[in-house]
Write a protein that binds this ligand. Sequence first.
Ligand SMILES: Nc1ncnc2c1ncn2[C@@H]1O[C@H](COP(=O)(O)OP(=O)(O)OP(=O)(O)O)[C@@H](O)[C@H]1O
Length: 296
Amino acid sequence: MKRAMIIINPTSGKEEAIHYTDQATNLLKAEGYYVTIKETQKEFDATLFCEEACNEEYDLLVSAGGDGTLHETINGMLNSTHRPTLAVIPLGTVNDFARALHIPLNPEKAIQTLSSKHTRKADIGKINDSLFINVVAAGKLAESLSEVPSESKSKLGFFAYLKEGIKTLSGQAASPMKVTYDEDSWEGDAILFVAALTNSVGGFEQLAPGAKIDDGFLHCYVIKDLNWFNTAVVGTSLLAGNLENSRHVHAFKAKNIYVESTEEVTTNIDGESGLCLPIQISLLPSHISVLIPEEE
Ligand SMILES: Nc1ncnc2c1ncn2[C@@H]1O[C@H](COP(=O)(O)OP(=O)(O)OP(=O)(O)O)[C@@H](O)[C@H]1O
């Protein structure tokens, strides 16, 4: 019999995750699955549950929660040879991964995807000894954005959220960075380094408009100076999805990246404050299979 595990974070979004468990379970049973439900109690429970699902060779793993839950879930696949097909019921405030895969943001509609026969391969990122599903950022702007409450992202919209982050920047905002990637490198002062796997970052789908979840590349931007953010250029370049043509931005695509600094610079990984530079990032092409709606 096919086996599915639902990993559910009861605190995600508006704490309504648990209401969707029955619906998802019934649908999976109708599809012929034996269903195990795992409710997270604390940080990293999702990682442990996913490790169990990999070791026991489950067929399907459903992550019901926000991007934080999904990030922890994926990290359970770090050392596994068997990786169950992944399904996502987005219950967070941003849900970048679901946006990138056109999984409905309405949880009831997303649950219908559990009966879909369609899957899509997705690239996954590796940063030092862990995995990420969406984005790695580093620099003073990434640090200050980590301090803006996540509700502000959906409530204020992307630009207001950026402005909130910029407001908390003080003094010297740029950090010296050296970015070595594939056969090339860039060195200078930057307020932000971003490596994105998908086109959706912080709920904004135009940062890396060309990025596809399975294109085999990390889409990277080094933003050199803060003044640029205070001008209208940000509106036109970002909204037009045209960051790479700005002279204030060094843009590139790569599969392997090493970022270092002579100062202490922290990172933000999939929206959560992470480790300090240096970081080694690499792309794991088509690493997982994700259940997507039939119409995709
Ligand atoms: N039972 C629990 N109580 C409190 N925190 C939990 C529990 N289970 C998991 N967590 C933690 O909750 C964090 C946030 O969850 P998640 O990102 O899924 O929801 P969210 O914050 O509502 O969504 P978003 O990140 O989109 O704002 C996870 O990183 C996880 O460590």
